[in-house]
Design a protein around this ligand. Sequence first.
Ligand code: OAD
Length: 276
Amino acid sequence: MPFDETSLKTAAGWLADAKRVVVFTGAGVSAESGIDTFRDNTGLWRRFPPERFATLPGLLSLAVTEPDELARFLRAVLAPIAAARPNLAHLAIARLEHHVETTVVTQNIDGLHQEAGSTRVREIHGTLFDVVSPTGHKVRSLSRAELARMVAALERIERGPFKLPRLVRTVRPLMGLGRGLAHRPRVVLFGEHLAEPDWTSAQEDAAACDLMLVVGTSGEVYPAASLPERATDVGARVVGVGLETGYGDVWLHGKAGELLPRLVTDAFGDDVTRRG
Ligand code: OAD
C-alpha cells in the first residue's frame, strides 16, 4: 500500500488538537532497533513456538530435557535487547511529552521507551530489567551490560559440554533456580495475568484519552489488544501505524521510525531528528 500523505495530515491535525494522548506500542516499534517482532516472517514465535517457549512450565521442562535449546531461545530473546538503542520512533514518542500530555502503554519488555526519554510508561507485559520475587516484589534491576554478559555466556554453553549446570549458573541473575523459583524477570508469560499496577493504569489512561496512537502491534494478544476499543468507546480518535492492513480511524501504512517523526513534525513543527 503506498504511503498516504492525506492520512498523515489528518492524523497530525488530530495530534495537534489533542489534550491527552496514549501511545499503545508493540514489537513493531522496536523492529528498527534490531529486535524481531513475534509474528512476522522472521518473528520469535515462528522460530520458537510459544506452546513450548512462552510458559514457565515449558521453560523449566526445556531446562532439564533440552538445555541447549533453552540456551538458544534465551540468547534469541536477550541478544537483540542487550544491544538495542532507541530508534526514531521511540524518540518521536518521547518528544510528544514536550507538546501534549502523553502516556505510553507498551507490550514490549525492552525498556527502550524510557531510554528514549518517555517518563510515563506502562509496561503491561512487564520488563526484562526488573528481577522480582515470587510475590512480585522487586529484588534488583538488571542492566543492558549484564544482559550482554549473559548472552556471551549462553553462546559458549551452546558450543560446550555440561550444559545444564552452566545454564543454571549463567541465568542466575535473571532466574533463581535454587530452592523452587526464588526469583524471575518481571515478564508476563502466556497464561499469566498482566503486570500490575501498570495494566489497571493503562485501562484508565485509555478511557481518559482523546487520541490513541497504536504503533507496531498485530493486535492479536488480549487483553492488551482491547485498549484501542476502550479508547473508541469514550470517543477518542484512534490512529494506527504499521506495516499490516489498517485499522483505527486513520491508518498510516509504513515504518514507525519514518512515520512518527513526520507526524510530530507536521503536528508541532518539531524536528525529532535534531537533538534537544
Ligand atoms: P507482533 O509480532 O504480533 O506484531 C508486530 C507488528 O508490528 C506487526 O503488525 C508488524 O507488521 C508490525 N511492524 C513490523 N515492523 C514494523 C515497523 N518497522 N514499523 C511499524 N510496524 C512494524 O507483536 P505484538 O503485537 O507486539 O506477549 O505482540 C503482542 C504480544 O504477543 C507480545 O507482547 C508478546 C507476544 O506473545 C507476550 O509474550 C505475553
